[in-house]
Design a protein around this ligand. Structure first.
Ligand SMILES: NC(=O)c1ccc[n+]([C@@H]2O[C@H](COP(=O)([O-])OP(=O)(O)OC[C@H]3O[C@@H](n4cnc5c(N)ncnc54)[C@H](OP(=O)(O)O)[C@@H]3O)[C@@H](O)[C@H]2O)c1
Length: 292
């Protein structure tokens, strides 16, 4: 299979603003490491960052990086807070200021609920678009039925959803195809299911125990195919034709470099088909927002 462009990756920034992740023992990434990650990402060809007002001081970290590196300005996708219902125009002006950019690549609603409550606020979003303050409008979702509802809304350009080795084509294939047929831009997150794929199978973690059968299947594929879990997880997402961009989160420059290596890794289509055939017994367990 051909090499994939680093521009297909979007770097997530929740790890730079908050303690985050099911396998994370070291807490929020330090400012120094965040700068190293951002510099490595830019120098490697990643051009888009995913952020949110809800990600602690992630906006400020990105803004500080831009100020220190005016020749390395990322395109930014950010999200309104879950509870937003007014003042969107002023918020966007504040975001531009915090992030040290003149426009946003995209402004997303952080959940389907938030999108639904703000249907009457779309004139503000369209005005921001007309003024070139945002390029695209999007919604971050979890379920296929949320996606189906959004497909009918021509004002929504981007749909961001979870997609990975277990939340896979078996569960998402058809709805993604319909979204592409409607001209939507598809971004996926949770490529590593927050780091769950790297957890030891005998971990006491409740989710690891509940998903033990499926995780054992994945680990067997890793062993038999002689490919690392990170390369398998990333390549599976990157090779989907219906997905425009794949978000990844990292805790260190080292992890980012390992993940970037996956771009030049050729993965057998038989292995991809093997993953397509894995059907999670209880798909609700794949939704990290229900883990706590
Ligand atoms: N609703 C939403 O819109 C929403 C929700 C969640 C996230 N996001 C966005 O998506 C981004 C990514 O978050 P995610 O949940 O999708 O995370 P993810 O990419 O599925 O997992 C990221 C975690 O996996 C581990 N990891 C990554 N590369 C690794 C490697 N090579 N080796 C070992 N471990 C590795 C790291 O955690 P440890 O090292 O700590 O295990 C890292 O923090 C976030 O930064 C955020 O921007 C959006």
């Amino acid at each position: 299979m051909s090499e994939i462009s680093p521009e297909k990756l979007i770097l997530g920034t929740v790890q730079m603003g908050l303690d985050y992740g099911i396998n994370n023992s070291s807490g929020k990434v330090s400012l120094g490491e965040s700068f190293k990650i951002l510099e490595c990402a830019f120098d490697s060809g990643i051009r888009i960052l995913d952020s949110a007002e809800a990600y602690g001081d992630a906006h400020q970290v990105i803004g500080a990086f831009h100020k220190a590196h005016p020749d390395k300005i990322f395109e930014i996708i950010t999200k309104l807070p879950h509870q937003v219902d007014a003042g969107i125009y002023d918020k966007v002006l504040r975001y531009l200021n915090e992030l040290e950019v003149s426009e946003l690549k995209a402004l997303l609603f952080h959940s389907f609920e938030s999108y639904r409550k703000n249907i009457t606020n779309f004139d503000v979003l369209l005005e921001l678009k007309a003024q070139n303050k945002i390029d695209y409008i999007g919604v971050s979702v979890y379920t296929n039925s949320e996606i189906e509802t959004i497909l009918a809304d021509e004002n929504v350009d981007i749909i961001q959803l979870p997609f990975n080795l277990l939340d896979n084509s078996m569960l998402r294939g058809q709805v993604l195809k319909r979204a592409k047929d409607k001209g939507k831009i598809i971004h996926t997150r949770s490529a590593f299911l927050q780091g769950l794929f790297f957890k030891s199978l005998d971990s006491d973690n409740f989710i690891t125990k509940q998903l033990n059968t499926e995780l054992t299947q994945l680990n067997l594929i890793v062993t038999n195919s002689n490919i690392s879990m990170s390369h398998l997880a990333l390549n599976y997402c990157l090779h989907q034709e219906t997905i425009d961009n794949v978000l990844i989160g990292v805790d260190s420059e080292q992890q980012l470099k390992e993940n970037l290596d996956a771009l030049s890794y050729s993965i057998d289509s038989e292995i991809l088909h093997e993953i397509d055939s894995i059907k999670a017994n209880n798909p609700k367990l794949l939704n990290p927002s229900l883990w706590t």
